[in-house]
Design a protein around this ligand. Sequence first.
Ligand SMILES: Nc1nc2c(c(=O)[nH]1)N[C@H]1C(S)=C(S)[C@@H](COP(=O)(O)OP(=O)(O)OC[C@H]3O[C@@H](n4cnc5c(=O)[nH]c(N)nc54)[C@H](O)[C@@H]3O)O[C@H]1N2
Ligand SMILES: Nc1nc2c(c(=O)[nH]1)N[C@H]1C(S)=C(S)[C@@H](COP(=O)(O)OP(=O)(O)OC[C@H]3O[C@@H](n4cnc5c(=O)[nH]c(N)nc54)[C@H](O)[C@@H]3O)O[C@H]1N2
Ligand code: SF4
Ligand SMILES: [Mo]
Length: 722
Amino acid sequence: MPDSYSRRNFLKLSAALLAGGAAISAGAPLAQGMGFSGTGDAGPVNEVKGYCPFCQVRCTYRARVRGGKVLSVTGEKDNYWTGGAMCPKGMSIVELMGSPYRITEPMRRTSDGGWERISYAQAVDMVVERMAAVIKKHGKDAANRVGMTMPLWDCRESEIAALMMLRIAGSVHAMPPGESCVSSASNMLGDMIGVNCGSTKVDELPKTRTLVLWGANVCELYPPYSRWLEKAREKGVKIVYLDPRRTRTSLLADMQLRPLPGTDGALAAGALRYILENGGYDEERARFQIEDFDALAPDVESFTVERVAEATGLSSEEITKFYALLAGSPRTIVWLGGSLCRYTNGINCVRSIILMQALRDNLIGEGKGMLTFQSGKPAGDEEFVDHYFGETKTPKMNFRRLRNTMEKGRLDILFLNSSYRRYPDSKGVRKAIDKVPFVVHCGFFLTEETEAADLFVPATFGPESQGSGYGNEQQVVWREKMVDAPGSCVPSWQFYRDVGRRLDPERYPDFRDPEDLYRRFSALIPSWKGMTPERLRESPDGLVWPLYSLEEKERSGSVFTEGKLLTPSGRMKVVHPLFGQPSKWTFPKGSPLGGDHADEFPLVLTQGKQLWHWQQTLTNFSRAVAQFSNGRFIWVHPETAKALRLEQGDRVMLETIAGGIEGWVDITENVLPGTIFTPSNLNATTPLAENRSEHISSILPNYWDRISCQHNGVGCRLRKLA
Ligand SMILES: Nc1nc2c(c(=O)[nH]1)N[C@H]1C(S)=C(S)[C@@H](COP(=O)(O)OP(=O)(O)OC[C@H]3O[C@@H](n4cnc5c(=O)[nH]c(N)nc54)[C@H](O)[C@@H]3O)O[C@H]1N2
Ligand SMILES: Nc1nc2c(c(=O)[nH]1)N[C@H]1C(S)=C(S)[C@@H](COP(=O)(O)OP(=O)(O)OC[C@H]3O[C@@H](n4cnc5c(=O)[nH]c(N)nc54)[C@H](O)[C@@H]3O)O[C@H]1N2
Ligand code: SF4
Ligand SMILES: [Mo]
């Protein structure tokens, strides 16, 4: 992409907006740096409590506010989970709020493809008219003609307000980030142990004996949680880290195994075989948890250490050492990385790991269990929405089906509340979106989503509105409004409420603000009764859901308090008619390791997150974050570089069967030979060169497993540019 591309677009947009008055906060001074925006106006400084809406660590903080401006944010020191820490991406919120690139007025697409500034009231009118027309024309079938992509990272009340607005048309098609996140893991956990998230909490780590970080780059993905790894080490817990890459998490591990990308399922199946052969498990307990236990041994028989070594590229010694540790450890917690779900064999892999934990009786009890990223959302939303709108029989689509519906021209309205670049084959996704006659994007900056929209509604950042959020420990946190939003930015709860109330004043609740909605919610849903706003406000780190009454104590540790799994039968299965069994392991689709396109695209592509960036949108617009960024770097092992005659800093095209993007070669032993790594977080439309690149999803093929879309493991090649 030419460097001038985004600047040109940005200037075009600014001109259109300025014609209607200052829409981009043009006069706003550039923020000075990380989590700090200077001294502000004179006047008293107030401290206001808030939380970071980005990753699920959900750090709580204190903001210093003066003269309608957030001066700085500092991690809440009494937060039990974070120890008072925050990370650079969270702190960039101070800069993002006052960003000169922020779009602060609603805009509508003109017939010549340009933009016209409109008022907030006009924006609401437009959506109401469109929704009413679809409902009138399609009646009951309107349900399948309106869709939404989520989340609204802002606050949970915004999500509920949006879900209720959708339901006026009967629609339940709200796509959570799940399908592109950790859903292969969460669905398998749900199916096998009855809990679609971690079965214990992070403060159990010091109580275990062995911690397996299975593709979980904790130190970079949940930086404040490094302290839980340190606490565990102080107690003598052995930390094993499985990642083809060396990362900052490697520094805290006692042992790292670097399997070839997408081969962890073979490693886990081999562990099952080893443990079955070498004893080290309690058969009675295993039979108690695994229904068709006798199917297991014959199923994993072929996964000898030799076969596993061949598949994973690990040495027999490393593998045996790892297996012996697992077989001998009295308590083991496994933390599943989202990365395991980013391969088409992710379901198989996750199933084998869960079976492995069951075989060694590592699911129930102190210092045992599974952890994940993006742990389950506290329940109740559906019940709440049903309360107002009645139960619905419309079956929910996944994004693959929604994309298909859009391609066929059968979707009339799309509320684009996420990036669409989060899905693989993002160029194909964009073509599908372009077939939708009315696309609404609530956002902040000029992004590809803004470009895809017919209506842009400027949203608010956390400190500009009140609301609740929830974190990885299922802790619910509360945030106060700290400052007014610039221009005509509106919180999404307000936008969806205003539309909802206009469309259906009978059913859509007339709530005043997030607190009002929250109170109605906690009054109605039994598991939220003990979680009042008063208690949330008091606590430095929120309240762990569920709390059925004010008297009930917050719970930590194993969720299996009754000593058995929470599946309907209390047990799990080795063989699942839909999801397979350990022996069905194969290399992931598209991987040259399994022979797919191996001649043309021989390198294995992996991509993932960087410590300082939040997903693919907001932090790309932060100058403070840009100072850590290096654009589209591509890690290449020295041996690979030598074979390809590549030098440090060379410009290359990174090509897959789906397309190519430009990047630069960074030669390092942090990746395995024959494998490359590049960041997932960059964005094509940011004015900041360091954060800018065509999105990696634009060259990822449209591969799905039964549950989720995939991002890793496909073949690629590097073509040197002159
Ligand atoms: N290639 C590739 N793709 C991936 C991944 C990967 O590793 N590689 N990771 C996947 C994962 S784990 C996830 S969770 C998804 C995340 O993918 P997305 O959910 O698309 O994440 P974001 O880029 O943060 O986009 C969120 C959008 O919501 C809007 N937004 C953010 N906060 C607010 C708010 O407060 N109010 C309103 N109204 N809007 C807001 C922003 O404008 C932004 O466009 O991406 C997935 N996609
Ligand atoms: N800084 C930052 N932190 C975040 C986020 C963010 O955007 N930025 N997003 C948050 C969200 S929504 C989520 S879901 C989590 C997701 O976190 P993940 O999806 O787990 O994150 P990734 O960076 O994609 O992958 C983590 C590690 O897995 C390794 N890996 C790749 N392939 C394999 C493999 O085949 N086997 C093994 N064992 N490891 C492999 C990668 O090298 C990488 O170091 O992160 C959360 N934390
Ligand atoms: S991004 Fe995550 S770790 Fe960083 S400040 Fe926000 S919640 Fe905390
Ligand atoms: Mo995620």
